[in-house]
Design a protein around this ligand. Structure first.
Ligand code: FAD
Length: 485
């Protein structure tokens, strides 16, 4: 058995691991850095700055060579980590070799949380393997059941065009992980016209229509009716935003979408004897509403469980209730010289008032980069303040064809019912929600091309009192950008 030695060891070729490896190579190019990755391809990000804290990311799969060629000191080992011997600072790998490290960063991401344990009719979307499997099954499929209400499920429902989709969501409105019921109402028409391009950002729309709806509500109010109600066994890297392009294959259905609100998948059953469905289906799912639905297969997109198994036995690592490895404000675990970043970890520090963890590629990148700076600073005995990115939550993505920017406590997270929301909506063009408490902006959700992200980021960070503006904060006739300059 061979034992390699390095100063820095990173496990995981996803966004967190690669960002960490690249940053370490930048910080200390003459040190020996090893990246252990289960696959031959790794995920690299390119970031375009949108505001001080928000970046639009492009995620690309590149070969290990492409990465190591650009990063002095970095070597790639294609293997799976099987066991951590933290006392001797040795990581054991699937090929029988091991690596002795000075400092280790665990970036092993997560695996899909499946509603039913390991059933062949259920696919959990997580990596390239699972998307390939989905494409394969999609070809002849007439009806697919999609379970989950986050970004992945939403984009999937929006993308699958020629197959009937039954969308099972636990909440009372679609895409609830990112948007509230008001924004969900704005998005619903996009589901019905999935083949059309979104009006927002469409160059043919020269002058957006004036907002048709503007209203204010308090968090304790019920939503107003107007607001609307490689080795498949080894998990690959979670996919970035380009994964939908792989779903070129189309199904054999009619493309209808049926949403089952406030419902969950209970179990798989045999075809009900009293079924009035004339078709025979490969699988039948019983929902908590009591209804049984036949379909070709089921896609689960209900979040991830952190991959931590190889590292927990016989070590002092501690896990959070959500299964993530607990890390302090220097991304350090409870084991000496062992750090963690990305989907695999859970923060265990006093969070800034406007930041919280959401397992997204933006945070995987931020945590990976910051973990590298911490590892280097700790080794060199240099003090390092926590990165500014943990001051405020900021995420840029696309949802059902619209640009979506989320800032601070955009859904009133952590505020209970103690907040007011100010909303402006122009159907098909933009939906803006600003969360206020004590006259100060706590968060903002900007759907469409609003150009307001910089202004609201500043207002959240500065906690400037804007109560004197009242509803004018979102008036299209008031240029708030100029106002606060
Ligand atoms: P991962 O990307 O999961 O990488 C983990 C790496 O560790 C992988 O390379 C894996 O092979 C490796 N690994 C695991 N175990 C071992 C082991 N024992 N030994 C060696 N290597 C191991 N987020 C967004 O912000 N926007 C989106 O549009 C978006 N879309 C998504 C779509 C899908 C289908 C999915 C599944 C996720 C999506 N996400 C999105 C979430 C985002 O992809 C993740 O939050 C992010 O990629 C996590 O990065 P990571 O590096 O922590 O983990």
């Amino acid at each position: 058995m061979t034992t390699d030695t390095c100063t820095y060891l990173i496990v995981g070729g996803g966004i967190a691991g690669v960002s960490c490896a690249q940053q370490l190579s930048f910080e200390e190019p003459s040190e020996d850095i090893v990246l252990v990755s289960a696959g031959s391809m790794v995920l690299q990000t390119t970031a375009v700055q949108v505001t001080r804290l928000a970046h639009e990311l492009q995620v690309q799969e590149v070969s290990g060579h492409q990465l190591t060629d650009l990063c002095p000191g970095l070597r790639l080992k294609q293997a799976t980590a099987t066991r951590l011997d933290a006392k001797d600072k040795v990581l054991h790998l699937s090929d029988g070799s091991s690596v002795r490290y000075g400092r280790l960063c665990i970036c092993t991401g997560g695996r899909p949380r499946l509603p039913l344990p390991d059933h062949p009719a259920v696919i959990g979307i997580r990596d390239g393997h699972s998307v390939d499997e989905l494409v394969r099954r999609l070809g002849p499929a007439r009806r697919v059941l999609i379970v989950g209400n986050g970004g992945i499920a939403s984009e999937l429902v929006f993308t699958l065009k020629d197959v009937d989709v039954t969308w099972v969501i636990r909440d009372g409105s679609i895409s609830a992980t990112f948007v509230d019921p008001g924004a969900a109402e704005f998005l619903l028409p996009r589901l019905e016209s999935r083949d059309q391009q979104p009006p927002a950002g469409d160059p043919t729309v020269a002058v957006p229509a004036p907002p048709s709806k503007r209203w204010r509500y308090h968090a304790s109010d019920p939503p107003s009716s107007e607001a609307g109600q490689g080795d498949p066994a080894v998990p690959g890297s979670a996919l970035g935003p380009d994964w939908l392009q792989r779903l070129q294959a189309r199904g054999a259905g009619k493309g209808r979408v049926t949403v089952k609100y406030k419902t969950e998948l209970r179990r798989l059953v045999d075809r009900p004897s009293d079924s009035d469905d004339s078709e025979n289906w490969p699988v039948y799912a019983e929902l908590t509403s009591g209804e049984t639905i036949g379909c070709d297969f089921i896609v689960s997109a209900t979040g991830v469980l952190p991959n931590t198994e190889p590292f927990t036995e016989g070590t002092s690592l501690r896990l959070a209730a959500d299964g993530g490895i607990l890390v302090d404000d220097h991304m350090r675990t409870h084991e000496a010289d062992v750090y963690a970043a990305g989907d695999a970890c859970s923060p265990d520090w006093e969070l800034a008032p406007h930041w919280f963890q959401m397992r997204l590629w933006s945070q995987a990148r931020q945590m990976g980069l910051y973990a590298a700076k911490c590892m280097s600073a700790d080794r060199l005995g240099v003090p390092l303040l926590q990165d500014f990115c943990f001051e405020m939550f900021a995420h840029v993505t696309r949802l059902l064809g619209h640009k979506l920017i989320l800032l601070g406590l955009f859904n009133g997270q952590r505020l209970g019912t103690d907040y007011t929301a100010l909303i402006r909506m122009t159907p098909g063009v933009e939906f803006i929600k600003v969360v206020l408490r004590d006259g100060k902006v706590q968060g903002a959700l900007l759907l469409g091309d609003t150009d307001l992200e910089e202004t609201f980021e500043n207002l959240i960070l500065s906690q400037m009192d804007v109560s004197h503006l009242g509803d004018d904060l979102l008036s299209p006739d008031v240029d708030i950008e100029d106002y606060f300059d």
